[in-house]
Design a protein around this ligand. Structure first.
Ligand SMILES: CC(C)(COP(=O)(O)OP(=O)(O)OC[C@H]1O[C@@H](n2cnc3c(N)ncnc32)[C@H](O)[C@@H]1OP(=O)(O)O)[C@@H](O)C(=O)NCCC(=O)NCCS
Length: 167
C-alpha cells in the first residue's frame, strides 16, 4: 500500500513547487507560467511570506502541494483560512494525496483559530469540483472577480472611463 505524507515544504523545494504551481496554472488555462523558484521563495518563505507551502509525498517522492494563508471571513467576523492552490501530479492522482493535503490544511485551519477554510475554483474545472464536493464543500453562488495591470492602475487613479469594457 502506498504511503502518503504531508509536511511543510522546504526552501530547497522551491524549484519543484514552481513547476507544479505553473502546471496548475496551465491546467486551469492561466497562461505565462509565472512561477520561478525565486518567486516561490519570496512568496512562501521567510518573515514576509504571503502563503504557507505544504508538500505531499507518495512513497517518498514529492507529488503534490498546497499553498494557504490566513484571511478573514466577514460573514462570521472571524479569521478564515484561504486555500490558494492545491495540486497533485497527474500520475499520482486518485490515490488519496489530494484528500491528505486537504486534511492537513483543514487541521492547520483549526490550529490557527480560523472558523472556515475557503477557496476559489474555476467553473470549468469539473474534476476539482467533483473532488471538492466529495469533501463536503458547499457554496458556488459567489464569484471571485479582480483587476490587475492597466485596469488596476486605472481604478487607482480614477482613469477607468478610458478603458474598454471587458464584457
Ligand atoms: C483535484 C486534485 C487535487 C485531487 O487530487 P487526488 O489526489 O486525485 O484526489 P484523491 O485521490 O485524494 O481523491 C479524493 C476524492 O475525490 C474524488 N475525486 C478526485 N478527483 C476526482 C475527479 N476528477 N472526478 C471525480 N472524483 C474525483 C476521489 O474519487 C476521492 O473520493 P473518495 O474520497 O470518496 O474516495 C487533483 O485531481 C489535481 O491536482 N487536479 C488538477 C489541479 C486542480 O484542478 N486543482 C484544483 C484547483 S481549484
Amino acid at each position: 500500500m502506498s504511503a502518503v505524507r504531508v509536511r511543510p515544504a522546504r526552501p530547497a523545494e522551491a524549484p519543484i513547487l514552481a513547476e507544479m504551481a505553473n502546471d496548475l496554472n496551465d491546467h486551469v488555462g492561466v497562461r505565462g507560467r509565472p512561477f520561478t523558484p525565486e518567486r516561490v521563495l519570496t512568496g512562501g518563505f521567510g518573515p514576509q511570506a504571503a502563503f504557507t507551502p505544504l508538500v505531499a509525498e507518495l512513497d517518498g517522492a514529492v507529488v503534490g502541494y498546497a499553498f494557504y494563508a490566513v484571511g478573514y471571513n466577514t460573514d462570521h467576523a472571524a479569521r478564515a483560512m484561504w486555500l490558494h492552490d492545491i495540486f497533485v501530479t497527474p500520475a499520482a492522482r486518485g490515490r488519496g494525496v489530494g484528500n491528505a493535503l486537504m486534511a492537513a490544511v483543514a487541521a492547520e485551519t483549526l490550529r490557527a483559530g480560523c472558523v472556515s477554510l475557503e477557496w476559489g475554483v474555476h467553473k470549468a474545472n469539473t474534476g476539482a469540483l467533483a473532488f471538492y464536493r466529495r469533501l463536503g464543500a458547499g457554496g458556488g453562488e459567489a464569484m471571485i472577480l479582480g483587476v490587475d495591470g492597466e485596469r488596476l492602475r486605472a481604478l487607482a487613479t480614477g482613469a477607468r472611463e478610458n478603458l474598454p469594457s471587458e464584457a
